[in-house]
Design a protein around this ligand. Structure first.
Ligand SMILES: *Cc1c(COP(=O)(O)O)cnc(C)c1O
Length: 398
């Protein structure tokens, strides 16, 4: 499958005067998103009303759209369920993994993991008074830290700050050799690089759909569970849609079979329609070519600013094989630089304490955009245009 990125770029609805280097935080809408959401509201919800659950098959959206995501992440059919938020899906995966593996008592993660993932794990341990500990090591120490004590290996493939990439296949293998269960967070991976969950023999994976999957702010998350665990896992949040017969309204809970048992409550049908508009595009591109192109674009940006912006220090791995599709640079006034870039039509973002992040999703960013962005950044750095008090006042969301 060949990918025509000029064609995919034309399918996204991004203002012409903007260079959007933040698709790693919030993907843009497609040109059909608004139309599809409006059609769902007017033609389905507005006409069918409650009958839409049956006649428009809303009730099957979590599994049907789950299957569309499964294809993007190299997972088997009927192993991915859509719904809720990534934080909730992470909680469910952690609980299920703990129940599967009463042997070890240590959850291993790294200092590059998204803090919220660790908060969720610690909150689960505390609220259930579990005899578990979280061990956090540096990302490059993970492999050596996989020992007999480890019950669960819980990692995010692409570091949200540095873009450093873990080797899912090898670390999963190593973890399973010591009897550990693996949970991979794909928040910064899915949609921008090839994933092979089935081949890599991953136990659990979670992800959100509003980053590289362009589902829109707060769009539903997903959970993958390897088929071999479907009969034995338990859902910690026993809502009626994880019941085997929700509409029998029986007094006691009986879990549904397969991945369906990881559902909780009523799915977000309007938000799912927005997500599907993006999946229509993503399904037609070859993830391997997206990957090669993002490696090329990130390299191009590094080369462009290497000499012209000596004050910016790259903290992402230099080897493109070892990083995801974004880049991070440190600069003490990084926040002001990002605000100044936004003023000049280039959108990136800032992460405490001093990181400037830029995402390069080839589906809607091309070399010309990267060239222009690097010129604008160079001008801002060389002429210290960022050095204005108003650019240093932080908003709540950075
Ligand atoms: C974006 C992100 C989250 C966010 O979780 P939400 O529940 O969607 O707010 C969690 N983990 C990682 C690794 C992320 O990158």
């Amino acid at each position: 499958m060949e990918s025509n990125f000029l064609a995919t770029k034309s399918l996204f609805n991004i203002p012409n005067d903007l260079i959007y280097l933040d698709g790693n935080s919030l993907g843009p809408p497609t040109k059909t998103t608004s139309k599809n959401v409006t059609a769902l509201i007017d033609k389905k919800w507005g006409k069918l009303l409650i009958n839409g659950w049956n006649t428009d098959k809303w009730i099957d959206k979590p599994t049907n759209v789950g299957n569309r995501i499964a294809k993007l992440i190299g997972a088997e059919k009927n192993t991915v369920i859509l719904g809720d938020t990534l934080s909730i899906k992470t909680y469910q995966a952690l609980y299920a993994a703990i129940k599967l593996n009463p042997k070890g008592k240590v959850i291993l993660s790294d200092s590059g993991n998204f803090p919220s993932d660790i908060y969720i794990a610690q909150g689960l341990i505390d609220s259930l008074n579990l005899n578990y500990k979280i061990r956090i090591v540096e990302p490059n120490e993970i492999s050596n830290a996989i020992t007999d004590e480890i019950a669960i290996l819980f990692l995010t493939e692409i570091d949200y700050r540095t873009a450093r990439k873990h080797d899912i296949t090898n670390l999963t293998k190593k973890a399973q050799e010591v009897g550990a269960i693996t949970i991979w967070d794909l928040a910064h991976s899915a949609g921008v690089l090839p994933l092979t969950l089935e081949k890599s023999k991953v136990d659990f994976a979670v992800g959100c759909t509003y980053k590289y999957l362009n589902g829109g702010p707060g769009s539903p998350a997903y959970l993958y569970v390897a088929p071999k665990h479907h009969d034995t896992i338990e859902n910690s949040i026993k809502g009626w849609l994880g019941h085997k017969a929700p509409f029998s309204f029986t007094k006691s809970y009986e879990a549904a079979s397969g991945i369906n048992k990881m559902q909780i409550g009523t799915p977000s049908i309007i938000a799912t329609a927005a997500l599907e508009s993006s999946l229509d595009i993503l399904e037609k591109v070859d993830m391997q070519s997206v990957r090669s192109e993002s490696m090329r674009l990130t390299q191009y940006f590094i080369n462009q600013i290497h000499n012209s912006c000596p004050d910016l220090k790259l903290v992402s791995p230099l080897n493109p094989d070892k990083r995801g599709a974004h880049l991070a640079f440190t600069f003490k006034e990084g926040y002001a630089v990002i605000q100044c870039l936004i003023e000049h039509g280039v959108i990136g973002d800032f992460r405490m304490p001093d990181l400037m992040r830029f995402g390069f999703n080839p589906i809607f960013i091309n070399q010309n955009d990267v060239f222009k962005a690097s010129q604008i950044l160079t001008d801002i750095m060389k002429n210290e245009k960022w050095n204005r008090p108003d650019l240093k006042v932080k908003s709540y969301v950075t």
